[in-house]
Write a protein that binds this ligand. Structure first.
Ligand SMILES: C[S@@+](CC[C@H](N)C(=O)[O-])C[C@H]1O[C@@H](n2cnc3c(N)ncnc32)[C@H](O)[C@@H]1O
Length: 364
């Protein structure tokens, strides 16, 4: 099939564990599908190598490098993730040496992991120079594809700008996430460039602003929530009232720290608010807070409001796909305004992976 190019090593009884060891089912699904699409792009638009923006521990690069034989240069700002990535690569190679013949590993390309932060202000010349150094290239006569699996916040817009700014960049495949972390004119008035809006079309329209709250809700999954609502699984839905009560404590103690991220806590039957709070603040700056400072009366009132919170959240969630569509179309228009052919497709199962739209572009 034209749209199918599965990676056979992902089914290898011994090696599949090396590709996907300690990788959650969500990420397994994403990297396998994304790698296949990138390999298809490479087939349609041949390049010398691929650059992965915000590569994390390199799960995607590993499938591309060892599964599809594509050279990948990973940019990741966290040094420890790059270190882990290098260690997993070597383990995979030693497993492969045990279980595969030389002919079966001849196509292997070990990914290159670079610790570097790519900013909105990073110039294409700087970026190209880092690539040349990392891959030991003598000149700029190379072609590459740019990919990003959930590059958060401004990293998505940055990789689009880099794609447009580098004549060597031939294709682009990325699935964005954490839209609320993007900079905008109202939130960062002193900055020259912003994450949203990008297109001339939207920038010239008054009223195109999307609030932090709107961009944040657009990252949430509607499908799983709808399943829970229709199944009457209200116990699960109570989790938001626990989060709301936690926010009351945070705002009381640190009025400037509203809306900070807490840990995700999986609902478990009979979990008390205090148990929830301990888990939610673990490892955050709120770890020392004592949930008992909230009076029992206040806590009871907050938790009794769970149905109102569910109704409010449901209404917000109804708007989420609209907000995400605006962000995705803005990106699409930006690339089109700069002479690209663009496609947006849903490539992941939204129940597993809510940020599931890939933006694919080639230059005309
Ligand atoms: C959501 S994670 C995705 C990781 C990986 N692509 C995956 O799917 O497993 C985003 C990654 O991008 C990295 N990152 C975020 N902003 C970055 C930047 N400006 N420059 C380089 N890396 C960045 C983060 O450290 C993080 O590892």
């Amino acid at each position: 099939m034209l749209n199918c190019l599965p990676c056979t090593l992902l089914d290898h009884p011994k090696l599949k564990h090396m590709f996907l060891k300690r990788v959650k089912p969500k990420k397994q699904h994403e990297v396998a599908r994304m790698a296949e699409i990138c390999a298809l792009s490479h087939r349609q638009t041949p390049v010398d190598f691929i650059v992965d923006f915000g590569a994390g521990v390199g799960h995607l690069a590993r499938i591309l490098g060892y599964g599809y034989g594509l050279q990948v240069c990973c940019f990741e700002m966290q040094h420890d993730l790059n270190q882990q990535a290098g260690e997993i690569d070597l383990k995979l190679e030693s497993m492969a040496a045990k279980h595969l013949s030389q002919a079966e590993t001849r196509h292997f390309r070990r990914p290159v992991h670079l610790t570097q932060r790519l900013e909105s202000s990073t110039e294409p010349a700087q970026f190209l120079s880092s690539i040349r150094e990392a891959l030991q290239l003598e000149d700029d006569k190379f072609r590459f594809g740019i990919i990003g699996l959930h590059p958060c916040g401004n990293l998505g817009p940055t990789l689009m700008r880099m794609f447009l700014g580098c004549p060597q960049a031939r294709f682009l495949n990325f699935v964005g996430c954490c839209y609320q972390k993007m900079t905008t004119q109202p939130t960062h008035p002193r900055e020259q460039v912003h994450g949203y809006p990008l297109s001339r079309f939207l920038s010239n329209k008054p009223g195109c602003h999307l609030s932090y709250e709107a961009r944040e809700i657009s990252c949430h999954a509607m499908e799983v929530y709808t399943d829970r609502l229709s199944a009457g699984d209200y116990e699960h839905l109570r989790i938001h009232s626990l989060r709301a009560a936690a926010e009351r404590i945070i705002v009381q103690q640190f009025p400037d720290l509203r809306h900070c991220a807490l840990r995700n806590v999986k609902h478990s039957p009979g979990m008390t608010f205090h148990q929830y709070f301990q888990k939610a603040v673990q490892g955050t700056r709120f770890e020392a807070l004592d949930s008992r400072i909230l009076s029992n009366d206040q806590l009871e009132t907050d938790l009794a409001n769970w149905q109102r919170i569910v109704s409010f959240y449901t209404l917000r969630l109804i708007m989420a796909p609209l907000v995400e569509s605006i962000i995705l179309y803005d990106r699409c228009l930006f690339l089109m305004e700069n002479d690209c052919q663009v496609k947006i497709e849903a490539i992941f199962d939204p129940r597993l992976s809510p940020r599931n739209h890939i933006t694919r572009a080639v230059k005309l």
